[in-house]
Write a protein that binds this ligand. Structure first.
Ligand code: SPV
Ligand code: MG
Length: 540
């Protein structure tokens, strides 16, 4: 893509009739470019109108410049700025040109009137033209000020607007040409193109001629083409189109007090995001933000009903039972989110549709009733095949404190499990629990030693128990491909249909990938009974 000033030069010198569309802010500029226009007109009328002020230099030129910068940043096509009269004399024009170049504006158009200007369609015949010599000094100063040879200065002749004839228009064109202008914009407020056509016939091709057919809009474009004009500017049409749409929308909403009548007729929020380039930011975040949370994901296994909670799970699974004002799943998600982990998949089974908290990815396991936890995990891993991040796996009915996640994140091992030393408590409750036997019991000494899992089992003999696995497994970035493979292999064997996660842990041990054990005492809660639901309210 060549630089914008060069692109504009090409349009100006092209043998074809070229078109510029008006734009007045970043998003309208994008709309113009996406429609296929090769250049934009930043018209004073619309730039001032979008600020809600008159086209009388009420917006300062630096305010206009700020908007131009957004427009230039939002697009890859050249912008011709309507520089009005140049905002003063030769000195103001040269500063303007330098600033426009700095902001990536390809060209400026200045008109031969006096500051502050008035729009040409408001009492044009009363408008005072600049002295030719004085206006030429603005052109010369502007040309001398540009540092990019391709930057163009278009000079706009208001002789017809002010009620002077063709002779004056030509006289001015010749003087401006001699002063160094790169093109002429000949303006007319007539409903026919007669003035601009007469000018073009007389002027010939001495400099490219640009026109703004706002008033003589009914003239067929081929007439302009045949006459040999260089560029046609559609000078105010995006703003006018937007205005009608905004007025209609506002009137309907004021009257109907409902979004229903307009929703299908207006751009979606998604479309705004697209034009804003939201997806580019997401990609950039992937590249530039390797924060802890982004590197970690979580899978929550929440497929089972939890019959032990009776009526509470008649219409939703246990994970959606409310404790302390929100579903158990909500508490678990909050804990992950607070640790910076936002990419979370939930495996649903029983009453899947009722598991519907926002901002989660859902994976369904329709065969949940006849398969075990391992199959749910297999589905989650299949649904999301990307690696390059660590993964937490936990259950939809287990609450734990943020501290537990942090503790599991500390060791560098491929597999880390969190084990509660306070396992005797669960025996008293008569619960089924994942008991574990480890390389070393919890002790002060064990704090300095690395402790590994040796075996996990619901039916582990008392004397072999070192604790209860709380159901939290952390898999490192390098462990994840191993996990995938082991889970896929196990899940492929029909003998493992009802395999649980502790079977997976044992398989990891068997294959020499011993999970590292992090001991905790408390700080979690497995919700297995109505008593637990009550206890959870105080836990959260
Ligand atoms: C503009 O678009 O601001 C112009 C063209 O200068 S006109 O409004 O026709 O004067
Ligand atoms: Mg203007």
């Amino acid at each position: 893509m060549s630089k914008k000033s060069r692109q504009f030069r090409r349009l100006l010198g092209s043998n074809e009739l070229e078109f510029l569309i008006e734009a007045h802010n970043g998003i309208s500029a994008k709309v113009g470019e996406e429609a296929g226009f090769k250049g934009l007109w930043a018209g004073g009328l619309c730039m001032s109108a979008q600020y809600g002020v008159r086209d009388n230099n009420e917006a300062s030129w630096t305010q206009v410049l700020e908007m131009l910068e957004f427009m230039a940043d939002a697009t890859t096509i050249p912008i011709l700025m309507d520089g009005d009269t140049g905002f003063g004399n030769f000195n103001n024009v040269r500063r303007l040109v330098r600033k426009l170049e700095q902001r990536g504006i390809a060209a400026v158009c200045i008109e031969d009137k006096l500051y502050p200007k008035t729009n040409s369609f408001i009492k044009g015949d009363r408008q005072q033209l600049a002295e030719i010599d004085e206006f030429c000094s603005r052109i010369k100063a502007g040309k001398d000020a540009q540092s990019d040879d391709d930057f163009a200065i278009i000079t706009r002749i208001e002789a017809f607007i002010a009620g002077w004839g063709l002779g004056e228009a030509i006289r001015r064109a010749e003087a401006y040409h001699a002063a160094g202008a790169d093109g002429i914009l000949i303006h007319s407020a007539l409903a026919t193109a007669s003035e601009v056509l007469a000018f073009k016939r007389e002027w010939g091709d001495r400099l490219p001629v640009v026109i703004v057919p706002t008033k003589y809009y009914a003239t067929p474009t081929d007439v302009f083409r045949d006459a040999g004009f260089s560029i046609v500017i559609w000078a105010n049409h995006l703003l006018r189109a937007a205005l009608t749409a905004m007025q209609d929308c506002a009137a309907t909403l004021a009257q109907e007090q409902s979004l229903v009548p307009i929703e299908n007729d207006i751009a979606s929020v998604k479309e705004i995001f697209r034009l804003q380039g939201a997806s580019e930011l997401e990609d950039a975040e992937e590249r530039y933000l390797p924060q802890k949370g982004r590197e970690s994901r979580a899978v929550i296994l929440a497929a089972s009903r939890g019959t032990e909670l009776g009526e509470l799970t008649a219409s939703k699974p246990k994970t959606m039972v409310e404790v302390g004002g929100q579903p158990i799943l909500g508490h678990i998600v909050n804990t992950y989110n607070n640790a910076g982990i936002r990419n979370i998949s939930v495996v649903r089974g029983y009453m899947a549709d009722s598991v519907n908290l926002p901002a989660l990815r859902y994976v369904d396991n329709p065969g949940y009733a006849s398969s075990g936890e391992l199959h749910s995990l297999a589905r989650a891993l299949e649904a999301e095949s990307s690696d390059g991040h660590s993964l937490y796996v936990s259950f939809g009915d287990v609450l734990f404190r943020r501290y537990v996640l942090d503790a599991a994140a500390e060791p560098e091992d491929d597999f880390v499990i969190v084990v509660d030393t306070n396992w005797q408590g669960s025996v008293n409750l008569g619960r089924v629990a994942d008991y574990v036997s480890c390389s070393e019991a919890h002790s002060r000494r064990a704090y300095y030693h690395k402790v590994y899992l040796e075996h996990a089992d619901e039916a582990l003999a008392d004397e072999r128990r070192h604790g209860e696995w709380i159901g939290l497994l952390r898999v490192s970035k390098t462990g994840l491909p191993i996990l995938r493979q082991v889970v896929a292999e196990l899940a492929a064997d029909p003998a493992n249909k009802s395999a649980q996660l502790y079977d997976l842990l044992n398989e990891l041990v068997r294959r020499g990938h011993r999970p590292r054990v992090v001991y905790t005492t408390g700080h979690w809660l497995d919700i297995d009974s109505l008593d637990d639901v009550l206890a959870a309210s105080s836990f959260t």
